[in-house]
Design a protein around this ligand. Sequence first.
Ligand code: THU
Length: 131
Amino acid sequence: MNGSELIKAAHAARENAYAPYSGYRVGAALLCENGKVYTGCNVENASFTPTICAERTALFKAVSEGERSFTAIAVVGNDDLCFPCGVCRQALSEFCGTDFTVYLEQDGEPSAFTLGELLPGRFGFGKPENG
Ligand code: THU
């Protein structure tokens, strides 16, 4: 699956965003090494703190289904270049290496970044093998 197809899946996931407080709707589509795609949207909460981002929804759905190997994620929001927040970058870095691709939309085209570019100096104890 290429960047444009992954962006399209992120747009479809964004339809389910639950964002009554911020009005900022986000969709994400995470591509596994095995070709499967897991999607997610942001889900907000009246108590604010429980709010989860689209990227972590997709990541945790995938990991909870047994996936551990990922090659790329696409993220789309209300604006162009909806960069993943710092928490999501750190969460992705638990399972994804520095060459993992992050596709963001700009003027209707996918723009590619690497996780290494977006999160230099990640915190880690070392990548767990059996975490
Ligand atoms: N949000 C995401 O879903 N992903 C990000 O990387 C940044 C922010 C969501 C969280 C919240 O529901 C809304 O966007 C505004 O912060």
